[in-house]
Design a protein around this ligand. Structure first.
Ligand code: SAM
Length: 249
């Protein structure tokens, strides 16, 4: 990243290693918490330098029952570097009971066996900007009103049946048959997650997008699907990088 020009990037979507002892191919995910946070501070400063003042930086991070403070510590570590403009919850799985009492479950999660902790069905997406005043395209991810009478009742709808989705994003992992063949990486986010970040920032406002922790290239595929002109990704593991290149064709 040190080689990239100042203020040359419109959008950063990334998920760094979480320091939760994930078994990556090359990277060792076991630092002590303070040196990990200092390292995050270092690359985040580079993200700030390369990001335009009109840009957005979406940072996906989860936690573990043993480290519930991790995402919050990360935000505190970066509070002098960026303004936290939005906090989004990536919901991987949810169970909903409808008015008739029918219970339905959606999505996937890794069940844990514990007498103390709940299954972990969500992660964070922190939306950082330089000023806290970057306009976003809320309706690009809009959903129809449940109660249609709101369309005429509220003037701001301008007669359109589309409202802001809000900050809870249900994005399930795709069902796969073979992890080795279809998802050869231990910690990915779905393409759709990055795609929604591009759309929320505003597709037409993204000329150049960056992912400093590319993995197997889900953010690159999102950029491709959204028609982003230029994408830059960094990955230290040649095997993951080769898979990313193969997937974007
Ligand atoms: C959480 S994963 C990202 C996964 C990615 N979002 C995806 O969906 O495939 C973090 C990645 O960062 C890579 N990594 C760790 N240190 C790095 C560094 N200094 N430069 C570039 N990549 C690095 C790891 O090899 C790992 O693939």
């Amino acid at each position: 990243m040190a080689e990239l020009a100042d203020a040359s990037i419109d959008l950063v979507v990334t998920s760094p290693p979480y320091n939760l002892r994930i078994e990556y191919g090359k990277y060792s995910d076991r630092q002590d918490r303070q040196s990990y946070l200092k390292w995050c501070q270092k690359w985040a400063a580079q993200v700030r330098r390369v990001l335009k003042s009109s840009g957005s930086f979406f940072l996906n991070i989860g936690s573990a029952p043993s480290s519930p403070m991790l995402p919050h510590e990360m935000v505190l570590e970066l509070r002098d570097t960026f303004v936290l403009q939005n906090v989004i919850h990536w919901i991987k799985s949810i169970t909903i009971e409808d008015r008739e009492g029918d219970v339905r479950s959606y999505g996937h999660f890794k069940p844990i066996s514990s007498k103390r902790f709940l299954n972990d069905c969500h992660e964070y997406i922190f939306h950082f900007t330089k000023t806290g005043r970057v306009e976003i395209d809320r309706l690009a991810l809009g959903v129809p009103y449940q109660d249609k009478s709101n369309i005429s009742r509220w003037r701001h709808t301008r007669g359109s049946d589309l409202r802001c989705r809000g900050n809870t994003w249900f994005i399930p992992y795709e069902t796969i048959q073979s992890r080795v063949k279809e998802r050869p990486h231990p910690a990915t986010f779905p393409v759709q997650l990055a795609e929604w970040c591009v759309k929320l920032h505003g597709v037409s406002r993204v000329q150049t997008m960056l992912d400093p922790f590319l993995g197997i290239g889900n953010s690159a595929i999102a950029a491709q699907r959204c028609g982003v002109k230029k994408f830059i990704g960094f990955e230290i593991d040649e095997t993951y990088l080769a898979e990313a290149k193969r997937r974007i064709g």
